[in-house]
Structures are given as structure tokens and as C-alpha cells.
Design a protein around this ligand. Structure first.
Ligand SMILES: [Cu+2]
Length: 172
């Protein structure tokens, strides 16, 4: 009896200890996983707003595609295939507080736009061919003001941007 009983008690004791550890362990794991789960859930639920995306603008022969790009604040724009092109923001037309960009000729460029607004830009070597674009960040309310200012300040081939601005439709 004893020879059989002792190992059994030992095994039961081990099991109880193991169970004790198991019951202790999960709450700790759950506490850690709790906030992470919440974060994952909330970012999945509202994927469009807070999750920043990268949008590609492809430079084709003498045109940016897409010419008019709609993004959300915090999104990134990546110009690709920029051999023989550049992308230069029209500093006077972009939103207050936003940094104008100037890509090097022939180099791809990636920028993140945090400030809502309208960002007209050109390819300097090809603006005469109308190689220009507009990025709309969020739902800006100053489209008419930007158009008016563009009509006032843009000179020569840069006036090709006016046609691009006329294609802009502010998202509802
Ligand atoms: Cu170009």
C-alpha cells in the first residue's frame, strides 16, 4: 500500500503545484494581453482614420499618375519612377504650417503629410507639358481660395496647375 501510495501522493502534489502555477499564470498573461488586445481591436475597427497608408504616384512620360491624389492626414506619398523628373511643391499654395518639398531631379521621393489641405506640385522640367499634380489631404474647405490664389500668382507654364485644381473634388 505505502509503496503505491507515496508516488501517488507525490504525483498529486506535483499536479496541484502545477495547477497552482497555471491558475496564477493566466491572470498575469491576461493583464498583459488586455491592453494590447484593445489596441489591436480599436485600430482594426477604425482602420481608415488612424492607420497611415502609403500612396504611390508613378511618374509616367510627362504625367503623374494619379494626377489628383486623395489621402488622409499622416499618410505618405511616394513618387516612383522619377528618372528625369522631380516633384516640387508650390510653396505659396500649400497649407499654412506645412513644409514645402523639393525632390532632386531623377530621384524618387517619399513625404508624409500631416496637415489637412491642398498641395499643388509640379515637375519642373516638364511643367510646360502640364506635368503637375495635386494632393488633397483630408477634407479641406479652402479649395476656392487656393484656386483663386493660384490664378493670381502662377505664371507662364505653372498656370497648367489651374486645370489640375479644377479636377479636384473635396471628399464628402
Ligand atoms: Cu517630369
Amino acid at each position: 500500500m505505502r509503496a503505491w501510495l507515496l508516488p501517488t501522493i507525490f504525483v498529486i502534489a506535483v499536479l496541484i503545484t502545477a495547477c497552482g502555477e497555471d491558475t496564477e499564470a493566466p491572470p498575469t498573461v491576461n493583464t498583459d494581453a488586455g491592453p494590447q488586445d484593445t489596441t489591436t481591436t480599436s485600430s482594426t475597427e477604425s482602420q481608415r482614420a488612424p492607420q497611415s497608408q502609403t500612396h504611390v504616384v508613378n511618374a509616367e512620360a510627362r504625367v503623374f499618375r494619379p494626377e489628383i491624389l486623395y489621402i488622409q492626414p499622416g499618410d505618405t506619398v511616394a513618387w516612383t519612377n522619377m528618372t528625369s523628373h522631380n516633384t516640387v511643391a508650390v510653396a505659396e499654395l500649400i497649407p499654412e504650417g506645412a513644409s514645402p518639398w523639393r525632390g532632386k531631379l531623377g530621384e524618387n521621393l517619399k513625404i508624409t503629410l500631416d496637415i489637412e489641405g491642398i498641395y499643388p506640385y509640379v515637375c519642373e522640367p516638364h511643367i510646360g507639358f502640364g506635368m503637375a499634380g495635386v494632393i488633397i489631404v483630408g477634407k479641406p474647405r479652402n479649395l476656392e481660395a487656393v484656386k483663386a490664389k493660384a490664378a493670381e500668382i502662377l505664371q507662364g507654364p505653372y498656370r497648367r496647375l489651374l486645370g489640375k485644381l479644377n479636377k479636384v473634388q473635396i471628399p464628402q
